[in-house]
Design a protein around this ligand. Structure first.
Ligand SMILES: *Cc1c(COP(=O)(O)O)cnc(C)c1O
Length: 230
């Protein structure tokens, strides 16, 4: 499977080119390999080719793969929706949760983390496209959510996440990423406790270059690395 290595090299090159186009340092953009439906073997190959962070959508799926990857060799992020009955397990597996989109969820995570004497890093997921099918807080409610979540003891908010609309034309996707960046800047200006607005998690296979041009620090890429999902 030289393929994964080759595809990954191509992805990294496209990431760097997008960064350079807008005068950004390519080193400031981190790849999260989105590994839903991928096997442990595929994950190992990606790691061998330099992947340092893997993003899983489901707690249960990550939990199955986790024992097969030597601990400490890769960072695990949760990029999919988190159900409250999976919070304990999520706290064991993941170093960053990208998908917190309500105060009750944030509060439940904080409460569980506190009981484990932990503090967990999170991102707030924003539904910038307004599509009904998507999770995420509405853009107009994001600042209030961050303000309230910042008072919780055992979470640290490290930025915002969004999933772009599935549209062909990049010009229709870009405004969503611009919106996320503007929200990030507004929130950063508030200087809230426990809030460090260092991350914008945005960009997938079909739109990561646009996301990088608009300020992404974390891109979540699956298909371009591993090929089409079955
Ligand atoms: C699947 C997924 C990705 C990666 O999608 P690709 O189009 O395969 O690159 C990124 N983020 C989330 C939240 C996903 O569910």
């Amino acid at each position: 499977m030289v393929e994964i290595e080759t595809r990954l090299a191509k992805v990294r090159q496209r990431m760097a080119e997008a960064a350079i186009r807008v005068g950004r340092n390519p080193d400031k953009i981190t790849l999260v390999a989105a590994t839903k439906t991928r096997t442990v073997e595929e994950i190992r190959l990606a790691m061998a080719a330099g992947v340092a962070i893997i993003g899983e959508n489901r707690v249960q799926e990550a939990d199955k793969k986790f024992p097969h990857i030597p601990s400490g060799t890769v960072e695990w992020h949760l990029i999919g929706h988190l159900q409250s009955n999976k919070i304990n397990k999520a706290l064991e597996l993941f170093s960053l949760i990208h998908s917190v989109d309500s105060l009750p969820l944030a509060a439940a995570i904080s409460k569980r983390a506190l009981s484990k004497n932990k503090c967990i890093d999170i991102l707030i997921e924003v539904n910038t496209s307004g599509e009904d099918s998507k999770f995420g807080v509405a853009p107009e409610n994001t600042i209030e959510l961050v303000r309230q979540a910042s008072t919780l003891e055992a979470i640290q908010i490290l930025g915002l996440m969004t999933i772009g609309p599935f549209l062909e034309d990049g010009d229709d996707i870009r405004p969503c990423f611009v919106r996320l960046r503007e929200l990030r800047d507004e929130i950063a200006n508030l200087k809230l406790p426990n809030v460090i607005m260092k991350h914008l998690s945005m960009g997938m296979t079909n739109d990561f270059e646009i996301a990088i041009e608009e300020g992404a620090t974390l891109v979540r890429i699956g298909t371009a690395i591993f090929g089409p999902r079955q």
